[in-house]
Design a protein around this ligand. Structure first.
Ligand SMILES: [Zn+2]
Length: 341
């Protein structure tokens, strides 16, 4: 059975022989942008080491493979912010806490329930607190026998170098335009019609080659409608008075507490909008990310000078860096909104 992970042949060429010969590393670090396919690949690796037909490759049909695909397998544990919230009993938790790592360690020191390999997937490893990261490091230094660790992170720079050095890094890459168009034009959209070349091209641009994003948008038209609404808010807010901008800053700050990835995604949308404004100024429309919004971008760009746009892009980048370093979301967003022009 072929692997379902697409566009990552450079990694599969390394992984497959190791898995088939049972010589896999005890810890891998999968890196890449959101929805590029890290969790999909991690689940497939978990299948590969547990498959009843193998082990070595995911057959996708045996009971082990199916239980893992449906997130029902007791020995394949996903540790993420959600898990951390359950362990801590608080909805406001926004990190992977030391409590979550301790709970995980307790669980992996038991024998596997379903009879084969225990696999730990740390989804969003960059969200571990320093205490949690140090506790995990100790586990990686003396790993429980037979346990496979898969750490997922956007960027390996967000992790302790001592953790990185304990893992083999597998960098996932966005799909090429050609590969994504070939794949998407063989799919059907939410209304059941075949995906057209234009639709596929738009999904490629908006997803920046991250197949998971494109497939979600295809299955759920609400996602594109939400993007449209978010872009309208961005345009309105950028030209609104201070009160409206501060209200928006508070909304985004609350989103940061409840759903950090969604808030980051929203700020990336801001960043791409402002980069597009710069492209309009440079007369480089063919590179627009939001190509379907060319008219609205033109209108907005006409109200700004190039230095105003570049200054704001720099402020946005500073804000994103500060938020990644755990600055107060409210303060960071208010500062940004104070200086919108
Ligand atoms: Zn199988």
């Amino acid at each position: 059975m072929p692997w379902k992970t697409l566009g990552q042949d450079h990694l599969l060429a390394r992984l497959r022989p190791a898995l088939e010969q049972g010589r896999e590393s005890h810890a891998y670090l999968l890196t890449g942008p959101p929805r590029v396919g890290k969790l999909t690949l991690a689940r497939e690796v978990a299948q590969a080491v547990n498959c009843l037909q193998g082990p070595g490759a995911p057959c996708g049909t045996c009971v082990q493979c199916r239980r893992i695909a449906n997130a029902l397998h007791a020995d394949v544990r996903v540790v993420d912010i959600e898990f951390s919230r359950k362990v801590e009993g608080r909805e406001t938790v926004n990190t992977i806490t030391i409590g979550a790592i301790r709970e995980l360690e307790r669980a992996v020191n038991l024998n596997p329930f379903e009879g084969s390999r225990t696999v730990v997937i740390i989804d969003g490893a960059g969200a571990m607190t320093p205490e949690a990261a140090n506790a995990l490091l100790k586990t990686l230094e003396e790993p429980p026998p037979g346990v496979l660790f898969l750490l997922l992170a956007e960027d390996d720079e967000t992790l302790l170098s001592t953790i990185r050095s304990r893992c083999q890094t597998l960098p996932l890459l966005p799909m090429s335009r050609r590969d994504m168009l070939d794949f998407l034009t063989q799919q059907r959209n939410a209304s059941g019609n075949p995906v057209t070349g234009d639709e596929a091209d738009m999904l490629y641009r908006l997803s920046r080659g991250c197949l998971g994003w494109a497939l979600n948008a295809l299955a759920d038209p609400q996602l594109l409608a939400q993007r449209q609404a978010d872009l309208e808010r961005i345009r309105e807010t950028a030209t609104a008075g201070l009160d409206a901008r501060f209200a928006y800053a508070n909304e985004v700050a609350s989103l940061f507490s409840s759903n950090r990835p969604a808030a980051r995604e929203l700020l990336s949308l801001w960043l791409r909008w402002w980069r597009d404004l710069l492209l309009i100024k440079e007369n480089a429309q063919e590179y627009l990310h939001n190509a379907d919004q060319a008219q609205a971008l033109q209108t907005h760009a006409a109200t700004l000078t190039t230095p105003q746009i570049t200054t704001f892009i720099r402020r946005l980048q500073t804000t994103l860096t500060a938020l990644d370093a755990n600055a107060s979301p409210r303060l960071a967003m208010e500062t940004l909104m104070l200086n919108v022009e």
